[in-house]
Design a protein. Sequence first.
Length: 325
Amino acid sequence: MKRTLSLLSGLLLSALAGAGIAQAADEIVIRAGHGTQTAHPSHLGLVKFQELVAAKTNGKAKVQIYPDRQLGEEREMVEGLQLGSVDMAVISTGPLLAFAPQIGVIDLPFLFKDSAHVYKVLDGEVGKSLLAKLEPKGIVGLAWWENGWRHLTTNKPVAGPDDLKGMKLRTMQNPVHIAAFKELGASPIPMAWGEVFTSLGQKVIDAQENPITIIYTNSLWEVQKNVTLTGHVYGPHVVMFSKAKWDTLPADVKTAVQQAATEATTYQREQSARLEAEQMEKLRAHGMTVSKVDTTAFRNATAKVAETAKNIDPAMLAAIRDAGK
């Protein structure tokens, strides 16, 4: 009798274990990487996205988040999307220009009036058209999130373009940014983000440019003393999915993922605005000098970049400018 009960118990446990394995096999895991730290609004946006996907799929799909370049530098993550080794990534536009150069129109200096202008463009037909440029490269564009308005950090104060002459300034690997800083008289040096802090500390470079949230979450006050609020470029983060992975998702999960990315956009942008205001004051508390500046001279010096930049669609550029009127 005991032997019979033991056998029945074993069979029951095996059946339950088998059911667990089947359930685990049915679960869809989405590995999402980004290049910022966990205090950045894009990480917070991904946490919200994670919650929304779980709720909309009743736990069928699970998002795993890998922050701070755990899945590689930004360009490596884009290549991972193409290969299918990375399921999802949220990155800046710089590395994308090698894959969809038309996106460079977004990176033109002083293109947008304010955040309302940005959202109108990126959430409208222009933004959708630019995301569609990624699909032939094996990438599905889901949404435009916010990295923020880009500002300068430097060793010495900057009041105008003359103060940038000869300055070794780190930029992303972005030809539009590089062209703009050359017009301003700086010596732009494209560099992967993982090398920037050490390069600033060792005086290999003199300056860099990034949104306040990046400046703060990477403790740049330890290696730079001045922030100049030029707001020369609006920096979006692009939410992307591997087409190889996307094509394996059931239709209901695809719908849930797209809806979650769209809904998380509002939350992510709200966090960006909140954190930028808070962190600007924290930078001052850490001893950085944060200065407003008249941007007229910067605007004038970079006015011709739009005319000389490659792969800029004049009609799209006109549509973006018209949206700000």
